[in-house]
Ligand binder design. Structure first.
Ligand code: NAD
Ligand code: UDP
Ligand code: UDP
Length: 342
């Protein structure tokens, strides 16, 4: 349903053809806004936004945010950046450029337009945390020169840029520290744990457990995350963040593997692979700030979210869309194939 013209905004979503970005585009269109989706299709796919192409308030632009972008919008959600370790480590220099130069360009755009701008930051700014759960006041424990650094330090530098533009030029900024989020439209060759386990369960492949599976993560369903991002953007200008968005229910990776199998109705062997370098041992958000400032907290428990994700992947596999894997970015499929015995 369209909103009144004067409350309709023109909103830029970078990374809008990706997993989170495409759900955000859906929600903004449904709220009556005009959406400009900018994406270089590195990890995103046109398929994620196929259903929006015919919509009169939706526009897609293929563009890399490391290059300047001259458009006219009222609000910017900066989500462009590969999020899966397999993908962001494929071309680490490009990952850092995307975070840092991408942030500079989007901040320059926001400055020219006096537009609100939201940055999709990450729980990875906490690195392998020594404080648990992680509150926003914790400065993190990040290796600056390891294989994850391109992502972690890139995102940390993007946060620095956001706060410097805010302090120096009064830009209206919002920084969301997003914790592990999952759901339909994750790429089948994404390489992250939920999509790996779901694809393996549905294809009858062994479940790949990195390390002994005792490391923990806290998983947030995508609809909850989109609610959180929109609530943050709508918050008063004094709420800049950084603000944690995530589901505080914490699980070991082994427990996730077992839950996925139970819900998919499979009992497959688990194969062990070495724990990747610098893999955080534990992660759980302290969301007190989001609760009090945004009146937001996640609603979808892991079992429900997993059920919906499994159902969506089942449909995609039945469509033969697993062939998507063959169109995954160079290296990603190969990296996944190394880990997932065919
Ligand atoms: P994704 O890989 O599905 O989406 C990222 C999108 O950005 C893709 O469509 C990709 O093609 C696009 N992109 C990458 N580099 C680009 C560039 N240089 N120019 C333009 N577009 C580019 O990942 P996602 O899970 O949807 O993540 C979205 C954002 O949220 C990312 O910034 C990520 O760091 C952040 N985030 C996600 C999670 C999560 O668990 N999903 C957790 C923390 C942070
Ligand atoms: N920029 C952009 N779109 C705009 C305005 C700026 O992509 O509409 C880019 C611009 O190319 C620059 C960056 O944003 O590299 C930072 O802009 P800013 O004005 O802060 O810095 P300056 O142009 O003075 O270096
Ligand atoms: N993981 C795993 N098997 C897989 C993929 C990932 O055991 O097939 C583990 C990984 O080592 C990490 C956790 O699951 O401890 C989450 O990994 P993911 O890549 O999803 O996200 P991140 O490490 O960035 O939180």
């Amino acid at each position: 349903m369209a909103r009144l013209y004067d409350s309709r905004k023109r909103i830029l979503v970078t990374g809008g053809a990706g997993f989170l970005g495409s759900h955000l585009c859906d929600r903004l269109i449904a709220a009556g806004h005009e959406v400009l989706c900018v994406d270089n299709l590195f990890t995103g796919t046109k398929r994620n936004i196929d259903h929006l192409h015919a919509h009169p308030r939706f526009e897609f632009m293929r563009h890399d945010v490391t290059f300047p972008l001259h458009v006219e919008v009222d609000e910017i959600y900066n989500l462009a950046c590969p999020a899966s370790p397999v993908h962001y480590q494929h071309d680490p220099i490009q990952t850092t450029k995307t975070s840092v130069i991408g942030a500079i360009n989007m901040l320059g755009l926001a400055k020219r337009l006096d537009a609100r701008i939201l940055q999709a930051s990450t729980s990875e700014v906490y690195g392998d945390p020594t404080v648990h759960p992680q509150p926003e006041a914790y400065w993190g424990s990040v290796n600056p020169i390891g294989p994850r650094s391109c992502y972690d330090e890139g995102k940390r530098c993007a946060e620095t840029l956001f706060f410097d533009y805010h302090r120096a030029m009064g830009l209206r900024i919002k920084v969301a520290r997003i914790f592990n989020t999952y759901g339909p439209r994750m790429h089948v060759a994404d390489g992250r744990v939920v999509s790996n386990f779901v694809v393996q369960a549905l294809k009858g492949l062994p479940i790949t457990l990195y390390g002994d599976g005792s490391q923990t993560r806290s998983f947030c369903y995508v609809d909850d995350m989109v609610d959180g991002l929109i609530a943050l953007m709508a918050s008063p200008d004094t709420v800049t963040g950084p603000i944690n968005l995530g589901n505080p229910a914490e699980f070991t990776i082994r427990a996730l593997a077992e839950a996925t199998q139970r819900l998919a109705g499979t009992a497959l062997p688990m194969v062990r692979a070495p724990l990747p370098a610098d893999d955080p041992r534990q992660r759980r958000p302290d969301i007190a700030k989001a609760r009090s400032l945004l009146r937001w907290s996640p609603r979808v428990p892991l079992e429900d979210g997993l059920r919906r994700t499994i159902a969506a992947f089942r449909e995609r596999l039945a469509d033969g869309v697993l062939a998507d894997a063959a169109r995954a970015p160079l290296g990603a499929t190969a990296a996944l194939a190394e880990r997932v015995p065919a």
